[in-house]
Design a protein around this ligand. Sequence first.
Ligand SMILES: [Zn+2]
Ligand SMILES: [Zn+2]
Ligand SMILES: [Zn+2]
Ligand SMILES: [Zn+2]
Length: 376
Amino acid sequence: MDDSLELFSSAVPSAFSKDDLEPVPAALSAVGGVDSGRCTFYDVTLAEKLAEYIRRSYAQVMLTFKEPKNRPQPETLEKTWKEMETMLMKTAEVAKPDRDKRGVVVIKRSLELWVSEKKGTLSRMFSAMKSKDSNESEIAAYQAKIDRLPHTDHNSVYSEEASNALAIQLLDICGSYLEHCRVEWDDSDDMDKHISECSFRPFSCESPECGVMVSVKNYPDHDSVCPWKRLSCEQGCGLVLQRQEMKKHMTTVCPRKPISCPYKRLGCDAALVLETLEDHLSTATDTHLWLAVLLLDKQDTYIQSLQQKMDELMDIVESTEQDLKEQHSVKVRAIEKQMSSLKSSISSHSSTTKKEVARVKEEQDRIRTQYRVGKI
Ligand SMILES: [Zn+2]
Ligand SMILES: [Zn+2]
Ligand SMILES: [Zn+2]
Ligand SMILES: [Zn+2]
């Protein structure tokens, strides 16, 4: 077995083995040495995306059963999964002749439709059950549907393995030239030759920690973003490190990290990097000292101008205080005047009242005296 065949067999993920899905993905047969007459390599990244999309769509439909009392039976899950599988197979068959169209797009649209229809059916079913006005037989029919749908082991139905296998089958059926290789061969020599150079052959990322598998044609895309890829420091310090550590390194410990002089505040605008700082500090001592003196002078001038402003403000405060005092005494005098006029008015009122009382008393005495002498 040459190197390329070794790469091929070690690169096909074991997770892609599917127990009950037919037909067996041809790519796996090829790995097993079966000459199927044509290349069945597919776009690995696309297959993973499609598999994930299938899992998500299925889970979305199953969300209708989120109420514990409505939890579906295993048979329900199985049945729903089979429905989806059948629907996707039909879609793939329909998409097959149209090789210019991306089959995955067609499958995705079909899945979306299925999800929206399925969700509608299930929610109509549950709302009918909850409504008291529904007729008995309708409810019984819905109930029967639910009873037939079963239960619990989600993972056994739409496991990653199952959805990966389904995705590969779909790509094999409807694959356009963009997502699936369809090269044919006459003998095993042609097969070996093609397999070693097929642009769809699976390839494991060269970074040992990554382990991501992509088709060879997509490797440059992955390589340009792989977080584990080792790169030389972009600031040129010479260190080799993983892409995902680059940013942190460049902004923290990298000796080539751009920094400002600690005396920037004094006005030193020297362009420095971490490793040249020490050197700069020892060679630019005079410059820094001179900048400090200039800054002190500037600050002195500023303090003087502040002092002057403060004096002006104090003058304003004092003159305002004086004004207020004067206004205050004018008001006090006016109030005193009003009070004295009130006082005299009260005393004049009280003497009038006294005179009136005396007059009433005199009148009383006069009446009493007249009564006594019998005039009344
Ligand atoms: Zn091929
Ligand atoms: Zn990688
Ligand atoms: Zn560096
Ligand atoms: Zn400096």
